[in-house]
Design a protein around this ligand. Structure first.
Ligand code: ATP
Ligand code: MG
Length: 395
């Protein structure tokens, strides 16, 4: 019997020595995650440095391709067929049938690339290449062999079962989510922070996220937009625990007591403190922001220094040296762009000063913040205690 399957190729993680099984297991678990929404059962089989995804019944190949193309750690994948060994002639018949189905009678060049992992197979790899090539040439006049630069590379792998495939699709690369610890993403409704989270997830990091809103100055729609962005990122990163913090009273207090040109920096420092509180509580090993040097006043080196100073955990800024256009391109690719540009108000833009400081001095910011002492702590505590938590899944 021949069954349809998908061969998963994983590059970087295959070279991790003893840790290899950890990475493979994480990849298998992420594959399961990605395939679950498809509503049918798949067997995921680890076999001698290969992972096969096998649908238990016939599946929609496009849906599976879409799901696999979002699993970090997958370098590429190929729809393949797996069959029992019933002799070479039977295999040749089947492969010719596959070649006809896949390539019709258009002219093509091809090459056979056999791998004999099961050494008791009666033909050696080179013999399989030559004999199969000949059979295909006899049966398909539209095919020509080109051993140097073939359009079609027909792979045949002889193991307990025999698998064959010839079409490759790229995966997203990176490392399987779950192999690198957890970090807390400061997720706003903008273009940058979803991309920053995606990039860290691509390195295997599990994401949690925190969003600060300021009702009634910011609307329910602005909040929904952030949830929608988290959903898009979760398609790649897996489920994201999202903390939604009501930041209004903290912001109003800062607005009342601090110089307005320092508002953004001081607000940002309080965001980092609260984000770090949740991060520590949940065992995250770092914070993630979408900051990029020089993008706006609050992202000069001086501003980043002032913001950074309140954090004990490392702050990961994967976009720090990216141009906006490069960030935009990634946001298109991961399908967050259209949501990010919806024009809803952001808590930072509402209380923003006309002329924010661009080169804040840490001592001066600290002095301004000292004015908040004694009254802001209770507001921060309430903000922490009243946060809303939801688990956002990819859709
Ligand atoms: P983004 O496109 O991610 O909103 P931005 O270019 O608008 O970034 P800022 O508004 O200066 O930049 O924010 C810098 C970073 O601070 C954001 O990338 C995000 O990580 C964090 N941040 C800003 N506002 C919020 C918010 N309301 N909730 C959570 N994090 C925020
Ligand atoms: Mg923003």
């Amino acid at each position: 019997m021949t069954t349809q399957a998908f061969l998963i190729k994983y590059g970087e993680i295959a070279i991790k020595g003893k840790n290899r099984y950890v990475f493979e297991d994480a990849l298998v678990s992420q594959l399961n995650h990605a395939l679950k929404p498809l509503g049918q059962k798949f067997d995921i089989i680890k076999q001698q440095g290969r992972i096969f995804v096998k649908p238990q019944e016939e599946c929609d190949e496009d849906e599976v391709k879409d799901a696999l193309s979002k699993v970090f750690g997958v370098v590429g994948f190929s729809p393949c067929y797996m069959t029992e060994d019933e002799g070479f002639d039977k295999l040749a018949e089947e492969i010719i049938d596959y070649m006809k189905r896949t390539y019709g009678d258009e002219p093509h060049t091809f090459k056979v690339d056999a791998r004999r992992a099961r050494k008791n197979y009666p033909l050696q790899s080179m013999e399989i290449n030559a004999n199969m090539g000949e059979k295909i040439l006899e049966a398909m006049p539209n095919m020509k062999v080109d051993v140097h630069n073939p359009e079609i590379m027909l792979h045949i792998e002889i193991r307990e079962q025999i698998s064959y495939y010839s079409v490759d699709y790229p995966g997203p690369g990176g490392m399987p989510v779950g192999t690198a610890g957890k970090a807390m993403l400061l997720l706003s409704g903008g273009i940058d922070s979803p991309v920053a989270g995606w990039m860290m997830a691509k390195r295997g990091v599990v994401l949690e996220a925190v969003y600060f809103h300021a009702p009634p100055y910011t609307s329910e729609r602005a909040k929904q937009k952030v949830i929608d962005l988290a959903k898009k990122v979760a398609k790649y990163a897996g489920p994201i625990k999202l903390h939604i913090v009501n930041f209004t009273d903290v912001q109003l207090k800062i607005y009342e007591d601090c110089p307005h040109e320092e508002l953004t920096i001081i607000m940002r420092r309080y965001m980092m403190r609260i984000a770090e509180y949740f991060a520590v509580e949940d065992g995250c090993l770092g914070l993630i922001t979408g900051e990029s040097v020089g993008q706006v006043a609050s992202q000069t080196m001086q501003s980043l220094n002032a913001t950074n100073a309140v954090c004990k955990l490392p702050v990961y800024r994967p976009l720090v040296a990216f141009d906006k256009q490069d960030i935009v391109e990634i946001s298109y690719k991961i399908d967050t762009y259209e949501t990010s540009i919806l024009p809803y108000e952001d808590c930072c833009t509402i209380f923003v000063a006309k002329h924010p400081v661009t080169k804040p001095k840490l001592e001066i910011i600290e002095k301004s913040e000292a004015k908040l002492e004694g009254s802001i702590e209770a507001l921060v505590k309430t903000a922490i205690e009243t946060r809303e938590v939801m688990i956002v899944k990819g859709e």
